[in-house]
Write a protein that binds this ligand. Structure first.
Ligand SMILES: C[S@@+](CC[C@H](N)C(=O)[O-])C[C@H]1O[C@@H](n2cnc3c(N)ncnc32)[C@H](O)[C@@H]1O
Length: 257
């Protein structure tokens, strides 16, 4: 199962601080045949807050239209980033890890509101990890960037003690669900009281997710439909049935953040 590529729709979403723009950075003076050879690098801008709030801001993301999953801003990422912004008091000063972060919008919003953020993606996706560093620099945000492949126990994972684990559109390939849940469960156990917040397209996989939560000793604290909290201007550009869930260890001792 592949994520829905409704990103072209998303790129036309406006916001209070300005439009999300598409700026091909390599088109000047180019012929179409040359352009076909070149990577389609664009920068999209994502705005949070509005004029009535104290500190609206925007995050710029470098995307590559020709590359693989980790170089697009997927709709689930827009939704999770908005949730982080709306829940910003929870994130201020918190240790946050984003799994399968790709272009990293939710993690960058968390960093912007004061979290100590580690952005991760599969260890062999060097172009994605390099892009994360560029995006941090572009937004003048300091985040740790590290390779973290789900279900793989490199030494670096043992030193991670996140209060919040973020994952946008990381539940799309059912063959990877168990590895993802293994990593999430490890991180939740390594940091008592922590929570995994994830957004996903609810195709037909919800039963599987429920099954895996039970299998890994996890429980759902919250399940939200995207339209229950997204501002209408952002929600109108989203397609599909996206849900957000907060997942914790099912040990009866979890402190809700
Ligand atoms: C659909 S993309 C979502 C990217 C980003 N979170 C977003 O929503 O825009 C899935 C991401 O998971 C990463 N990924 C896939 N399999 C992985 C694995 N086994 N370990 C770690 N990351 C993985 C991909 O490289 C990609 O960045």
């Amino acid at each position: 199962m592949v994520p829905q590529k409704s990103k072209l729709l998303l790129l036309s979403i406006g916001c209070q601080l300005g439009k999300i723009g598409v700026f091909p950075t390599d088109m000047e003076g180019g012929h179409s045949s040359e352009l076909a050879e070149k990577p389609m690098t664009t920068i999209s801008r994502h705005c949070f807050g509005d004029d009535s709030e104290e500190s609206p801001f925007s995050i710029s993301i470098i995307e590559n239209m020709k590359e693989d999953y980790g170089l697009f801003v997927w709709p689930c990422s827009i939704v999770l980033a908005e949730y982080v912004w709306q829940q910003r008091l929870r994130f201020s000063g918190a240790s946050v890890i984003e799994l399968g972060a790709g272009t990293s919008l939710p993690g960058l919003v968390a960093a912007k509101v004061g979290a100590n953020v580690t952005l991760t993606d599969a260890s062999d996706r060097t172009e994605v990890l390099d892009n994360m560093k560029k995006v941090c620099d572009l937004n003048k945000l300091k985040c740790n960037v590290m390779g973290l492949t789900w279900g793989v126990w490199d030494a670096s994972i043992f030193s991670l003690h996140p209060k919040v684990i973020l994952g946008a559109d990381v539940l799309y390939d059912t063959t990877a669900f168990d590895d993802l849940f293994a990593t999430v469960t490890f991180l939740l156990q390594n940091s008592p009281g922590s929570v995994f917040i994830t957004t996903y397209h609810n195709r037909s996989g919800h039963h599987l997710i429920s099954f895996l939560m039970a299998k890994w000793g996890l429980k759902c604290l919250k399940l939200l439909d995207v339209f229950s909290f997204m501002p209408s201007d952002k929600a109108s550009g989203l397609s599909g049935n996206i849900q957000l869930t907060e997942i914790v260890l099912n040990n009866g001792h979890t402190k809700y953040l």
